[in-house]
Design a protein. Structure first.
Length: 490
């Protein structure tokens, strides 16, 4: 059985073997919950990426030649292997992220479900069969692999992020080079070990560790990589679109959000408060779909604000299962959020609660930010338009539905949005008019399921969707097949 005990050094995983970075370089991975050094990680550069891409190129044709059903069978074995080791993997996620075991288990369960869903797609790998204008001619479509795919992910829900890309990429007959998030090397390492043990042939999933500019950029710029599928910040996504676009490589970008949650005057306020707290603070706000703008009708503003503040006062920050959220992923992330809050304060924004790093027993050395609510920010202020990716949300007061919708749209992003109302008319009008990839009625701004597409508009992405059958469109190319026949030759 694959050994998943904590290693002192995480190596790259190339062609089924674990090897250090070619120049022997390493970096330290620290624990977000107390700042201590957890382990060393291979610090890869262009040469390591080159070797990984070559391994993928070598392995891909045979994998593409297998039936999609048999590829799905291997992926099902990996999903079941992950399920068998769920607790061990979740404990690694706890170590690398500082989140509670309960949350890490849920996230690992979600990764298993993604594997099961995608494996089943091997038996639903449908194209279209249709007519032709020409007599004795038929037409149909089939999916083709893209080739070698470069996968680059963020650290926020690390094992799920691996699963969301690796399972569909492999199902479609590609070979992958995954650039793991530098803050979460353990989950990618464990996934690769489990995949190998469950029968994935060498070279199909290669994992390269390291920093974005050193190990990610060479993958983006490699002429031998046919697709880059990226989950991360809009700034890096913009660079990837340009660099990969220069050689016309296919690019799927899943980027940031500044997602609005609207509370109407007819909302169930307790429900809206609960959804706001979860949207803003769960996973320490490190969700692309976090509810970082809470837009409230003035008729209920005071009442909602009071109830929300009372609820936030009961939010528990820490790493245990009965805590609501844990640390953010690294010290730089914590510092940049604190700086953004300070800058907003100087601009006249009111900090209703939180706003600073937590210290004292249980927090020392860790990267904990108090749950933070802000008020009196202009819709076009920097704090209103910038994704902080932490437990920080801003409250806004609006007159009515039209003003709420207009404020919701004052954002460069278009990922998710939620409305709280009992009016079916308001709900359906919101669903029709909100510019976002996901619209929620009476719920949180986050939450996705493996069989449904996820992604956003504007600066949240470039039009592709991950998860769902729609993910297959990212990782495959359509081929149209014409078949001519001659009844006279029967
Ligand atoms: P980031 O963009 O800094 O890093 C993400 C990944 O990109 C990391 O693996 C990093 O090493 C790599 N990277 C950085 N610079 C690179 C470069 N020049 N070339 C190639 N790779 C590079 O993002 P982050 O701060 O780690 O993650 C948070 C961001 O991810 C937020 O914006 C969040 O909204 C977004 N996110 C989006 C989704 C989604 O599905 N839309 C899901 C999760 C997170």
């Amino acid at each position: 059985m694959a050994d998943l005990s904590l290693p002192s050094l995480i190596c790259n995983f190339i062609d089924g073997r674990e090897i250090p970075a070619s120049a022997g370089e390493r970096f330290e991975k620290r624990s977000p919950s107390d700042g201590r050094v957890l382990l060393q990680v291979a610090r890869s550069r262009a040469e390591d990426v080159r070797v990984a891409v070559a391994a993928a190129q070598n392995a891909q044709p045979a994998w593409a030649g297998a039936t999609v059903v048999s590829r799905g069978d291997v992926l099902r074995s990996i999903a079941l292997g992950l399920r068998d080791r769920l607790d061990e993997v979740a404990r690694l996620v706890v170590l690398e992220t500082g989140k509670s075991l309960k949350d890490a288990r849920a996230e690992t369960g979600a990764a298993v479900e993604m594997g099961m869903f995608v494996a089943g797609e091997g038996r639903r790998y449908y194209g279209r069969t249709t007519t032709s204008a020409v007599p004795h001619k038929t037409a149909h479509t089939i999916r083709q692999p893209v080739g070698v795919v470069g996968l680059i992910i963020a650290a926020n829900t690390p094992i799920a992020n691996v699963a969301w890309k690796v399972f569909p990429a492999l199902l479609c007959g590609n070979a992958a080079v995954l650039k793991a998030a530098e803050d979460t090397p353990l989950s990618a390492w464990a996934f690769a070990r489990i995949a190998r043990e469950c029968g994935l042939p060498p070279g199909l999933l290669n994992v390269v560790h390291g920093f974005g500019e050193e190990a990610g950029a060479p993958l983006v710029e490699s002429v031998d990589v046919d697709l880059i599928s990226f989950t991360g910040s809009t700034a890096v996504g913009r660079y990837i679109a340009q660099a990969a676009g220069a050689r016309l490589a296919k690019v799927c970008l899943e980027l940031g959000g500044k997602n609005p949650l609207i509370v109407c005057d007819d909302a169930d306020l307790d429900r809206a408060v609960e959804a706001s707290v979860l949207s803003a603070f769960s996973n320490a706000g490190q969700r692309c779909a976090a509810g970082s703008r809470i837009i409230v009708f003035e008729a209920v503003y005071q009442e909602f604000r009071d109830r929300l503040l009372a609820r936030v006062a009961r939010v528990r920050v820490g790493c245990e299962d009965d805590d609501d959220f844990g640390p953010v992923i690294n010290a730089a992330q914590l510092d940049s959020m604190c700086a953004a809050i300070e800058a907003a304060r100087r601009d006249g924004v009111t900090v209703l609660t939180g706003g600073s790093r937590l210290t004292g027993p249980g927090y020392d050395g860790g990267y904990f930010l108090a749950p933070t609510l802000l008020e009196n920010a202009a819709p076009d202020a920097t704090i209103s338009r910038t994704e902080l990716f932490g437990p920080v949300s801003v409250l806004y007061r609006v007159r009515d539905f039209e003003e709420a919708l207009s404020l919701a749209h004052q954002s460069p992003y278009g990922l998710t949005a939620s409305i709280h109302t009992v009016s079916v008319h308001r709900a359906m009008t919101f669903v029709a008019r909100i510019r976002s990839g996901v619209a929620v009625v009476n719920g949180a701004t986050y939450g996705s399921e493996p069989h449904l597409p996820f992604g956003g508009l504007d600066e949240s992405g470039t039009g592709w969707r991950e998860a769902g059958t729609e993910a297959l469109d990212v990782y495959s190319e359509w081929k149209t097949v014409y078949l001519n026949f001659d009844p006279g030759a029967v």
